[in-house]
Write a protein that binds this ligand. Structure first.
Ligand SMILES: Cc1ncc(COP(=O)(O)O)c(C=O)c1O
Length: 480
C-alpha cells in the first residue's frame, strides 16, 4: 500500500468516523444543555483580529487527530443561538434534529444540480415547496426552487419578473436591449431588492421607492405617485415588491391593495416573505399575509420562520413555468436539451449549480417533529413580542418604536437622567455593553426618530423573564 492509499484509508475510515461522531454528538448535546440553561455568555466577545489569530492557518502536513479539541474551541468561541438571551438578528436557534440532517447531507453530498445527482433531495424539495405553496394558498400551478438565502431568492424572483414583463429579452439581449426598467419598492424593504436590481444592471433608478406609513408599512395610495415618478424618470415599471414583513421593524405591507394595483397595471407582484411568510402557519396571525396567494412570486426563508439552520429559502412562482425564465442557461454537459424542461433538474432554475440537499432538513423535521411545533413557534414568538412591547411601554423609561406586527421589536431606553439629545448615543453604548459582556445578544437599527435597540424573538427558548432581565440590564448599564 502506498503512503497515499494509507492516508486515504485513515481519512475515510468508517470506524474512526463512528468514534468521532459519537464523541461529537455527546459534545454537541452537552453544549446544547449548557446553552439552553443560559450558562456562560451569549456571545463570548473577541475582536476579529483575536479570532483570526486563534484560528490561524497553521495546517500540519500529517494528521493530528485533535478534532474534538478544535470543535471545543469552535463551540466556546461562537455566538450561542440556543442561549435564551439570544434575541438578535433573524437567525433562529435551529431544532437540533436539523443539524443531524446537515450531517447526512454533508456525507451524502448529493449535489442535486440535476435529478440523478440527488434523486431523494430533489423529490423532497418538490414536496416541501408544494407544502409551502399550499400553506400560502397558492394554486396548484405553483412551483419553484430552494436556494441559498433570501437575497438569492429575491434576485431569482426578480430575474423571472424581468423576463415576464420587460417586453424584451434582457437575459440574452442585456439590460440595455430595451427601455430601462424599475420596480416599485417600499422604503422599508430589505437591501437585497436594490442589490438584485443593480446586479441586473439597472443602476440606482432600478428601484423606485414607495412611501410607507408611520408603522413602516407600504402606503398603497403612494403607488400611483411612485409609478408617475418612475415614468417621468424614463423607466418602465415591471413589478411591485411588498414585504411580509420588513427587516428593521417587521412591518407587513398590506398585500391585497398591492395585488389590486398590480392587476390594474399588469405588473408582476413579488412578496418578500423571507422573514414573515411563516405567519401563514399561525391561525392567529395568518391574516398578516392576506393576499399573498395573489402574488406572482414569493420568497420564504425556512432559516428565519421555520426553525431551520441557514440556509434554506423557497422561491415560489404561482405560474411554475416562470421559474425556468430566471436563468435560461444552456449547458449541454449537464442538461440534455429535452423538449420539455424537466422540473427535476433544479439547477435550470437556481443561481447555484451544485447545491446542498437543502430540503432534507425541512422535510425531515416536518415529518418527524410534526407541523404543530412550527405553527405554534410562529404564534408564540409574535405574542411574546406583543407582551414585551406592552411591558416596555408600561415601564415609563422605555419607548417602543411601533407596535410589533411579528416577532421583531424596536425600542429604546429613555431614562430621565439622560437628555433626549443623547438617547441615540445611549442606545449604541448600551447595546455594546450588553453584547460585549455576553449578557444578551440584541442589535440596533436607525429609524427616522433615531437609534433603536432591536430584538428578533426568533429563539423559542427565550422566556418573558429573560426579556425582563434585559430591561433590568439596560437600566443598570445606563446608570453607569
Ligand atoms: C425581509 C428580508 N428579505 C431578505 C433578507 C435576506 O435574507 P438572507 O439573509 O437569507 O439572504 C432578509 C434578511 O434579513 C430579510 O429580512
Amino acid at each position: 500500500m502506498t503512503d497515499f492509499r494509507r492516508r486515504v484509508a485513515a481519512a475515510y475510515d468508517a470506524e474512526t468516523f463512528r468514534h468521532e461522531g459519537h464523541r461529537l454528538v455527546d459534545m454537541l448535546a452537552e453544549y446544547l444543555t449548557q446553552a439552553e440553561r443560559g450558562e456562560g455568555p451569549v456571545l463570548p466577545w473577541a475582536a476579529p483580529a483575536v479570532n483570526v489569530d486563534r484560528f490561524a492557518a497553521a495546517f500540519p502536513e500529517e494528521p493530528t487527530g485533535d478534532f474534538a479539541d478544535l470543535v471545543a474551541r469552535v463551540l466556546s468561541g461562537s455566538n450561542h443561538l440556543h442561549h435564551p438571551r439570544y434575541a438578535g438578528h433573524q437567525v433562529t436557534a435551529p431544532v437540533p434534529l436539523a443539524a443531524l440532517c446537515d450531517a447526512v447531507s454533508s456525507l451524502l453530498n448529493n449535489g442535486m444540480a440535476v435529478y440523478e445527482m440527488g434523486p431523494v433531495s430533489t423529490a423532497m424539495e418538490r414536496n416541501v415547496l408544494r407544502w409551502m405553496a399550499g400553506r400560502l394558498g397558492l394554486p396548484e400551478t405553483t412551483d419553484g426552487v430552494l436556494t441559498s438565502g433570501g437575497s438569492a431568492g429575491n434576485l431569482t424572483a426578480l430575474l423571472a419578473a424581468r423576463q415576464a414583463k420587460a417586453g424584451y429579452d434582457a437575459w440574452n439581449g442585456g439590460a440595455h436591449a430595451g427601455p430601462p426598467l424599475t420596480v416599485l419598492v417600499p422604503k422599508s424593504a430589505h437591501y437585497s431588492i436594490s442589490r438584485a436590481t443593480r446586479i441586473m444592471g439597472w443602476g440606482e433608478g432600478g428601484v423606485t421607492p414607495v412611501a410607507v406609513d408611520d408603522c413602516f408599512r407600504l402606503r398603497p395610495e403612494a403607488l400611483d405617485t411612485a409609478m408617475k415618478t418612475a415614468t417621468l424618470a424614463g423607466r418602465k415599471v415591471i413589478a411591485v415588491v411588498a414585504s411580509a414583513g420588513s427587516t428593521a421593524t417587521g412591518a407587513f405591507d398590506p398585500l391585497e391593495p398591492v395585488a389590486d394595483f398590480c392587476e390594474r397595471h399588469g405588473l408582476w407582484f413579488h412578496v418578500d416573505g423571507a422573514h414573515g411568510a411563516a405567519a401563514t402557519l399561525s391561525p392567529t396571525y395568518r391574516h398578516l399575509v392576506r393576499g399573498i396567494d395573489r402574488a406572482d412570486s414569493v420568497v420564504w426563508d425556512a432559516h428565519k420562520g421555520l426553525l431551520m439552520p441557514a440556509l434554506v429559502t423557497a422561491v415560489l412562482f404561482r405560474d411554475g413555468s416562470r421559474s425556468f425564465e430566471a436563468f435560461a442557461q444552456e449547458a449541454s454537459y449537464l442538461f440534455h436539451g429535452e423538449a420539455e424542461q424537466p422540473w427535476s433538474d433544479v439547477a435550470l432554475r437556481t443561481l447555484e449549480c451544485t447545491k446542498e440537499m437543502m430540503a432534507l432538513k425541512v422535510y425531515t423535521c416536518l415529518s418527524v417533529l410534526g407541523t404543530r411545533l412550527f405553527s405554534e413557534a410562529v404564534t408564540e414568538s409574535y405574542e411574546q413580542a406583543r407582551r414585551f412591547a406592552r411591558r416596555l411601554s408600561a415601564a415609563g423609561d422605555f419607548e417602543v418604536a411601533v407596535p410589533p406586527d411579528c416577532n421583531i421589536l424596536c425600542f429604546r431606553h429613555t431614562p430621565a437622567h439622560v437628555p433626549p439629545a443623547e438617547w441615540d448615543a445611549l442606545q449604541a453604548r448600551l447595546r455594546e455593553r450588553l453584547v460585549t459582556r455576553g449578557d444578551f445578544y440584541l442589535v440596533q437599527t436607525k429609524l427616522p426618530k433615531g437609534v433603536y435597540l432591536r430584538v428578533t424573538l426568533i429563539n423559542p427558548l427565550t422566556t418573558d423573564a429573560d426579556l425582563d432581565a434585559m430591561m433590568e440590564a439596560l437600566r443598570t448599564a445606563a446608570r453607569r
